[in-house]
Design a protein around this ligand. Structure first.
Ligand code: ADP
Length: 381
């Protein structure tokens, strides 16, 4: 692991000046860098900036006591190793400090070697935690790469099998029994679902690799919306849903490429149709304000339970209700939308009421003046 200058920094917060000085001297002698503070407020402000691996904090202090300091710094840095010192050592205080999130406890008075030992152990613990995190991240990356590799390998053969079945149905339909036709149709549906998962996964991996989402392009979002609406209206599932659009006049182009913007709009409009009810509506609007273009997709469909909203943008998350259980999907569409919006410098938000409506709003920045519109779009303006 690379070593930053912060990696041997100990922060000491104690209102007792003698204690601060002696901690500093003892620890500096064995090569630690030490910063000391006489009260919790100053220490916490500095901790936010320098992020030391280890904090030594006195329990009994005026204003902010050690327990309050622990509570605040735990939120700032969950990996911070905290050693508590106190002159009123009781088992209860030690247990309370550990419960609050301290790593170890040092009763006063202590010898220099006791302090050094506890600090050395604390640093070892911090190093192990960081190493474990790094290994976890590397393992996750290897797993993602493996899934991407397998997806690439599977995409071709699965697509081919699906096409063979298309040909079989087209050429030999008359020779097949009703039962055989049913099995073949079911196989096609399942293969189609597999291909959708693979395509979604590969799209995510493209975003990860930076191969999608080009911010330096300028794209007319209204054109994209119109194309997607046209596509959706051709699909059998959308036949009973009425889709309407409204565009503010003189909309500027957004910063982004047509491929990723189409993916974003297609996922949102596709969901608004898919999770709708027969006879329902989808209203799409594009407006602009303050250097942002906003796309809102509102439907009068199933809505989303309040408790599911925080998980919506997690990989493979799908709302499980009796109404959604038979609707096919991968749980990757919204993850893709969020990644695209973020990569293009924008945001996405959701507002929904179960059983009533869902509205996704995406805010995207205008394209910079220096960015050129593709000729076809520039001519049509
Ligand atoms: P999926 O492929 O399952 O549609 P998404 O990531 O696009 O995956 O959406 C995640 C979940 O969010 C869906 O399973 C669905 O339950 C819910 N959801 C998304 N859009 C809507 C919507 N417009 N109305 C109701 N529920 C929605």
């Amino acid at each position: 692991m690379s070593k930053s200058p912060q990696h041997n920094l100990v922060m000491v917060i104690d209102d007792d000046e003698i204690m601060r000085l002696s901690c500093e001297q003892i620890l500096k002698k064995v090569g630690y860098r030490v910063e000391t503070f006489g009260n919790g407020h100053e220490g916490i402000e500095r901790l936010k900036v320098v992020r030391p691996p280890l904090l030594v904090v006195d329990i009994k202090m005026p204003e902010l006591d050690g327990f309050e300091v622990i509570k605040i710094v735990r939120k700032i840095d969950p990996d911070l190793v905290i050693v508590v010192i106190t002159g009123y050592a009781t088992i209860e205080t030690a247990v309370d400090a550990m419960k609050a999130g301290a790593y170890d406890f040092l009763p006063k008075p202590f010898t220099p070697s006791e302090l050094r030992l506890i600090i050395d152990r604390g640093f070892e613990r911090w190093r192990l935690t960081k190493e474990a995190q790094l290994l976890r991240r590397q393992k996750e990356e290897v797993e993602r790469k493996f899934v991407t590799l397998v997806s690439h390998q599977l995409k071709g053969p699965i697509g081919a099998v699906k096409q063979y079945l298309d040909v079989l149905l087209f050429t030999c339909r008359d020779q097949l029994s009703e039962r055989a036709l049913q099995w073949i149709t079911r196989s096609q549906v399942r293969l189609g679902e597999m291909l959708t998962i693979i395509q979604d996964w590969l799209a995510l991996s493209k975003i990860d690799r930076g191969a999608l989402c080009e911010r330096n392009k300028a794209t007319d979002l209204t054109q994209i919306v119109e194309n997607i609406v046209h596509e959706q209206q051709q699909l059998p599932g959308a036949s009973s849903i009425s889709i309407s659009t409204s565009f503010a006049p003189d909309l500027p182009p957004v910063a982004g490429d047509p491929v990723s913007l189409s993916m974003l709009v297609s996922n949102l409009v596709g969901n608004a149709v898919k999770y709708n009810r027969p006879g329902g509506t989808v209203s799409i609007s594009v407006s602009c304000e303050d250097k942002w273009v906003s796309l809102a997709v509102r439907d009068t469909g199933l809505g989303i339970p309040r408790e599911s909203i925080p998980q919506l943008f997690e990989e493979f998350y799908r709302v499980k209700t009796s109404e959604t259980q038979n609707i096919p999907g991968t749980g990757l569409g919204l993850v893709i939308c969020k990644r695209i919006a973020t990569e293009l410098g924008g945001t996405i938000e959701v507002d929904s009421e179960e059983g009533s409506y869902t509205k996704f709003t995406v805010h995207l920045p205008f394209a910079q003046k220096s960015v050129q519109l593709p000729a076809s779009v520039a001519d049509s303006k």
